[in-house]
Design a protein around this ligand. Structure first.
Ligand SMILES: Cc1ncc(COP(=O)(O)O)c(C=O)c1O
Length: 487
């Protein structure tokens, strides 16, 4: 009760009201049950170092509200509190907790059970997929934001175009055409808050519940959850060192209406989808009027030569939806992603997004547009590519030196994380738990396989951690795995 009284959020209330609310809370929570005696006002006043009048004022109010009974000569007692309309006893805390399960729709319950996609707020090595943010040029960003505000004035405070701010759509189209070999124009770009939102939109706008979608096996968990949440049937298709295998897709009698792909750096294997497979899938989509959902999430970070061009630019049938995001290339808190759409989808998808969130925040869009137009985006990505490539080399060297008795690294040619296969016989969950106990995060590989026949192993994110942080964490991990192996 003393803690409640001292809490800063209650500081505005007069003292007697604070005491009255604190006692009322204890009654409502069930900590003081019906019939329980309250301390005598003189005793409570002494223990709280307040005057007896103050406690009397609090008790009078509780009595007036029906929370307590006062009996002359014997003191104050918690009343039998009845719910006003039903006459039922007010549920106590335990009962409330027992009934906490909300009544959700089947879809809502499935979404809640999926656990969603929650990323770490303060990432620890080796949380995957996280870019370095500590060296981001914040003062430049702030200057550009001030320029935007100065030029747009209060206009930027009003609602914006649901399709996205035109300068940003133009900058994105120029970027994907030049760097990713896409065929885009500003009017085919839809600015969203994330690739996650893009996947949810595609799932709901292009397919019906029960429809099939081919997905990579293993696959990005965020995509699978988005498709599951929309009631789609995910059909897992094996991935090899050249990306998704296409034989089953091309010959599959139970047709699927779409395929989800990460062709640049397959998540999580890092494989690049071979050109002949890309062309075969494009032909399949054209022939069956199916959709290709291309998630190009981290293609900016390719370390060996130039990345292969995206599939969208190769598709003459306009069946590819290209998804991009600034979560990896800039910073996750920005919450800007986008899709490049076939012309016939621009209007329906834009309308659909208005039902979700209206539009992406205008200030962030306009600042990002300036960042891109001014050449800062290109320069920043080039600089980070160099840093990440060095960090990958560092991590690969450290794994070879300290972890060769436990894992085999699969060094990727791009991306922000490195897969490692466990070779020491430790179960994957044992390795992950042991790592977590020493402050090291690993994402298990086998959970990313729908078919359950994936190799045990884990992903090690490297981009967000300095060489020293990588070194410390690899040594900790080696100690933890050693201890787990010979407890
Ligand atoms: C394959 C893949 N796609 C998309 C994303 C998420 O991007 P966004 O933050 O834009 O939803 C991630 C993030 O880890 C990813 O690994």
């Amino acid at each position: 009760m003393k803690a409640w009284l001292a809490h800063p959020t209650h500081a505005e209330l007069p003292l007697h009201a604070r005491i009255q609310r604190a006692v009322r809370q204890l009654i409502v929570d069930g900590a003081l049950g019906p019939g329980r005696p309250l301390p005598a006002s003189r005793a409570l006043a002494r223990s709280l170092s307040v005057s007896r009048d103050t406690v009397e004022a609090a008790y009078s109010q509780l009595h007036a509200e029906g929370f307590i009974d006062r009996r002359v000569g014997s003191g104050s007692f918690v009343a039998e509190v009845k719910a006003f309309s039903t006459g039922q006893r007010v549920p106590r805390r335990e009962a409330l907790q027992r009934h906490k399960e909300p009544s959700l729709s089947r879809r809502g319950a499935a979404m809640s059970r999926s656990g969603g996609v929650r990323e770490q707020l303060v990432p620890r090595p080796f949380a995957p997929g996280v870019p370095e943010t500590r060296s981001f040029p914040l003062s430049l960003w702030e200057r550009l934001e001030r320029q935007v505000l100065k030029e747009t004035g209060t206009q930027a405070l009003l609602h914006g175009d649901p399709q996205g701010a035109e300068p940003l759509r133009r900058a994105i189209a120029d970027y994907v055409n030049l760097e990713r070999g896409a065929r885009a124009s500003a009017d085919r770009v839809l600015v969203l808050t994330s690739s996650q939102q893009a996947m949810a939109l595609c799932a709901n706008m292009l397919l019906d519940p029960g429809d099939r979608i081919f997905i990579e096996d293993p696959a990005y968990y965020g995509a699978r959850k988005a498709f599951d949440a929309a009631g789609l049937e995910c059909v897992p298709i094996p991935v090899d060192d050249q990306g998704i295998t296409v034989e089953r897709i091309l010959s599959q009698p139970p047709k699927a209406k779409a395929v989800f792909l990460t062709p640049s750096h397959q998540f999580p294997t890092g494989a690049t989808l071979a050109l002949d497979r890309r062309l075969a899938l494009i032909e399949w989509a054209g022939k069956h009027q199916a959709w290709i959902i291309e998630d190009d999430y981290d293609s900016e970070f390719h370390y060996a030569g130039k990345p292969t061009a995206c599939m969208q630019g190769l598709d003459p049938h306009d069946r590819t939806i290209y998804i991009g995001t600034f979560t990896k290339s800039l910073f996750p808190g920005l919450r800007i992603g986008y899709v490049v759409l076939p012309p016939q989808l621009v209007n329906p998808m834009t309308v659909a997004r208005t039902l979700l969130d209206g539009h992406t925040a205008s200030m962030a869009q306009l600042t990002l547009a300036r960042f891109m137009e001014g050449g800062h985006f290109g320069a920043y990505v080039r600089a980070m590519r160099g840093i990440y490539s060095e960090r990958l080399d560092t991590l690969a060297g450290l794994v070879r030196t300290h972890l060769s008795a436990f894992v085999e690294p699969r060094i990727p040619i791009g991306g922000l994380q490195m897969p490692c296969v466990l070779t020491c016989g430790l179960p994957e969950c044992t390795a992950i738990d042991a790592a977590r106990r020493v402050g090291v995060e690993l994402l298990g590989l086998s959970g990313l396989h729908a078919s359950g026949d994936g190799k045990a192993g884990f992903l090690m994110g490297f981009a967000a951690y300095t060489p020293i942080e990588l070194d410390v964490a690899v040594r900790k991990l080696a100690g933890a795995l050693q201890a787990a192996k010979s407890p």
